[in-house]
Design a binder for this molecule. Sequence first.
Ligand SMILES: Nc1ncnc2c1ncn2[C@@H]1O[C@H](COP(=O)(O)OP(=O)(O)O)[C@@H](O)[C@H]1O
Ligand SMILES: [Mg+2]
Length: 263
Amino acid sequence: MAATPESGLLLRPHARRVAPAVHVAAAAGLGKRYGNGVEALRNLDVQIQQGEMVGLLGPSGSGKTTLLRLLAGAVWPTSGTLHVFGEDVATQRGVRLRARRRRVAAVAQQHGLVPHLSVLQNVVLGRAGAVPLWRALRLVLVPSRGERDAAYGALAAVGIGELLDRPVETLSGGQQQRVAVARALLHGGELVVADEPVASVDQETAEVILAVLRRLVDDEGRTVVVSLHQPALARRFCTRLVTLDRGQLVSDRASTALVAETL
Ligand SMILES: Nc1ncnc2c1ncn2[C@@H]1O[C@H](COP(=O)(O)OP(=O)(O)O)[C@@H](O)[C@H]1O
Ligand SMILES: [Mg+2]
């Protein structure tokens, strides 16, 4: 039978489904109440699939950082459930928690850099969590040729390869932000959580950083969750926009990002 336009339409959704969706994270009724009684997240239902670039939007205090910290394994839910890589995080401690942290690369809001160490040492530290302490110390004190090359590659990707040997404390805020992103690139985690990585940088740097994160999704199939203040940038670079307000989900929608055309 000849294909009709109708049958074509029916077939298309199946043809597009190359692989089943893989949940990198799934929150169900997720809540986080801090020790002081503040309810930072309330009854949140959200699923993040592999290969998405999720932009987290919402006013200050809406719970963005808390959600990213929950994903990274820095804090724990106080109600509901959160699964990351298929495992309930509530009971993750010790070896299993470290195993998860190796799979999650975090770009912290205050950069999390060590000011008096060099850019190279700071970037190499991105791998430190994945190896025993003695190796981590050696990595930082005497990085191998291979580590140096890998660090240079990550720094060059964010446009600051030439700063490799500079102490971090001599860099501008925007340059430090790029170092923090380079460190996450080198970390290699399949889930990258970035907390306002473009909050303190100029527009051009913001675009470089977001394009680099987006490439992790497009070229490497990694998953990125990034909190942002500028909805316009989020729409351009993210595949999906999740908006929070006072700890609750207010919207969750696909973005029509056409990032490849804007680069
Ligand atoms: N460590 C903490 N202890 C107590 N309250 C906190 C802590 N971190 C965040 N909060 C509170 O939780 C709420 C959400 O904060 P946060 O997740 O940082 O939101 P956002 O990143 O959207 O600004 C705010 O009211 C904030 O004051
Ligand atoms: Mg925040």
